[in-house]
Design a protein. Sequence first.
Length: 410
Amino acid sequence: MLHIRPAAQRGSDMGSLVRLDNLISGLREDTDDLIATQEFHPRERLFVDDVELLRGADDVYRWRPCFYAGRVLAELVSPSGSRQHYWLDVGPSTSKSGDECFAQMVAQIRSFNSALLGGQSDATMAFGRDGRSGIFSDDIALSRLRTYGPAFLHALAAIAAKPHRSIAADSTLLPLSRIRRLHHRSLLDRRIATIAHGVPTSDAAFDDIQLRSLTSTPTFDTPANRALLALARRVLAALVRLRERVTMFTLTGDRNEQLARVQRREQDLGELQERIHLLLAKPPFSEVSPSEPTAAGLTQMAAHPLYSRAWRLGSMALASGVEGDSEQDMLHVTHSWGIYETWCYLAVLETVANTFGCVSCQFVPEAVSAQLAHRCALPDGRQLDMYFQAQFPAESPPSKARRLEHLARA
């Protein structure tokens, strides 16, 4: 268990902050905090948003949440490898807007476009799974695969222990002694007709007679297993792609920030990738023919609790949207100053609409690079363009001929 208190607080009470199960609230950004564990072990490790904290000589960890507000995931890893997860609820700095005002800003941005809240700070907020994903699609995929991937593989292992199977019919040549019932068309064979009329036949000749007969064998190659195999392969492909992007530092954000987290992220993705490889290499999935999910497969899975749970978890692991009425997933958000800037842009749009009585429409600018751009038609016929996080290209230096022409005119 974690115990945490602000470093500026006097005394040695490490449990001074509000705790609700594994949620610790009362933290503030841009404030130094001290973290201690209840049962200290020299080989334990503490990670906050995949960054390992260094333990001081007093066996206490020091942490400073800078410029972000939201819930931050802390992970305590024991020497045996078991993990304990905690959420550290960080509020905005007291020098900035209060909690209530900050929550109103977040609500306004969420109602306008939830994707604008996405970012690369340590803090997370709850998001849905529908709609747009914004520019942080890989970061969203990484969070969801690490959240739902282990549960999805656990569901696959449960299915492998009790897989769905069906009976497959096949036509096979069998010795006459193994056939229990003959079709009447079998009498067209002269050997069978001879035996049926009671003509004596040697045992050797009797054993040499083979007829084609229908047989039934149990098989794992069912529509439900084929659909689940297709989903598992999609999850595996996402793991391979993200693991490459993590190790190549090509996710969104600062390279140094990615470098500090690469070891933990690569380890988690590698473990998931290895586990899914092992599951797919064994029955029932190794005996299933690859194909795309069909209506028959989805119907079979819906009627089976184990399969429906695995399908739901795998779909959640691959979800890329950030909108929807259901806010369930904790995804990384922008820094608090980024939230303020986004809210200011929305305030500008609202002010322009109220002042000029016009409705602004989003458009794609040609000469300016911007995260968002809106255009409003003014009553006098002019147009007003508004940009968010705009980057204006620098003017190219004048040529030698233009400089000489300018000097001549001067």
